[in-house]
Design a protein around this ligand. Structure first.
Ligand SMILES: Cc1cc2nc3c(=O)[nH]c(=O)nc-3n(C[C@H](O)[C@H](O)[C@H](O)COP(=O)(O)O)c2cc1C
Length: 254
């Protein structure tokens, strides 16, 4: 039998010690290069934007945190209806958007981020649309709290199945695709930064689960996906920016 090298074990062992990173990280942040402090935002300036509402503040139907955590589950049964603009706005803002700002460049987002490098980008793919947000592929512009329209189009069931492995995903309203731009994180943390990007995607994923639950929506994280097909659809190269996590959200029947 061939002895295959388990790259995940090699990677895990070799990225255990944060002091043995790519570069020594000075304790005094004033000594850091600007590229370790600058926060990069991906934007599609020439693409049509749909601005998401800031007001009114979200009305969570079940907003007691303990209740939301108690009742969270992975929903695989959807009614096929779209999310309202307000639900989509709340979902994105409170999962991965800017939640606090004092007017300066220093803002807080819904998720923690290793070293505040914010390597993640979010692409909602809307399967069930409405006049506010028609079916299509969008990029979430975090700074503007807006959707940038990459491609407005409907998806057939077989197209949905070419992206995700499950029939029931076609009845969901939106797939939230999380990608990571490796360089934003790894120029500071090297190989170990890969862990931080995946961990941050998990934080966003749990936020999406809990906000969905609080809004009375169904949600399921997905490992059964065809990442290369998704990367082709999003028009990203899959190397410098790659799909790392996917969740499906929709109006649920139960
Ligand atoms: C990273 C990850 C990948 C998952 N992939 C799938 C999947 O491909 N298909 C699926 O039906 N559920 C998937 N799930 C959901 C799990 O099956 C589910 O969370 C688990 O069974 C526990 O159930 P609960 O979420 O209802 O508590 C995934 C969950 C995570 C965190």
């Amino acid at each position: 039998m061939l002895n295959t090298i388990d790259l995940s074990k090699l990677f895990h062992q070799s990225s255990k010690d944060h002091t043995k990173g790519h570069f020594p990280i000075a304790k005094n942040s004033d000594e850091w290069p600007a590229s370790w402090r600058t926060i990069e935002y991906k934007e599609y300036p020439r693409f049509e934007r749909i601005f998401l509402p800031n007001k009114p503040e979200p009305r969570f139907t079940q907003a007691e945190l303990a209740q939301v955590v108690n009742e969270r589950y992975s929903s695989r049964s959807f009614t096929g209806g779209p999310l309202t603009l307000s639900q989509l706005s709340t979902l994105l803002r409170y999962s991965c958007g800017i939640v606090r700002s004092d007017g300066s460049d220093k803002v807080r987002r819904a998720q923690p981020s290793g070293g505040g490098r914010y390597p993640l980008e979010i692409y909602p793919i809307v399967f069930q649309g409405n006049q506010d947000v028609p079916e299509g592929v969008y990029h979430y512009n975090v700074r503007e709290h807006a959707l940038e329209t990459l491609w407005q189009r409907k998806f057939s069931k077989s197209e949905v199945l070419s992206l995700f492995s499950y029939e029931w995903t076609a009845e969901a309203s939106v797939a939230v695709i999380i990608t990571a731009v490796f360089e934003r994180n790894q120029r500071k943390y090297g190989e170990r930064g890969y862990r931080y990007m995946l961990l941050e995607a998990g934080h966003v994923g749990q936020n999406i689960h809990l906000v969905s639950q609080a809004l009375g929506l169904g949600c399921c994280a997905l490992g059964g996906t065809h990442d290369q097909a998704l990367e082709t659809l999003l028009d990203i190269d899959g190397v410098t920016e790659s799909v790392v996590h996917e969740l499906i959200v929709g109006q649920c029947s139960a």
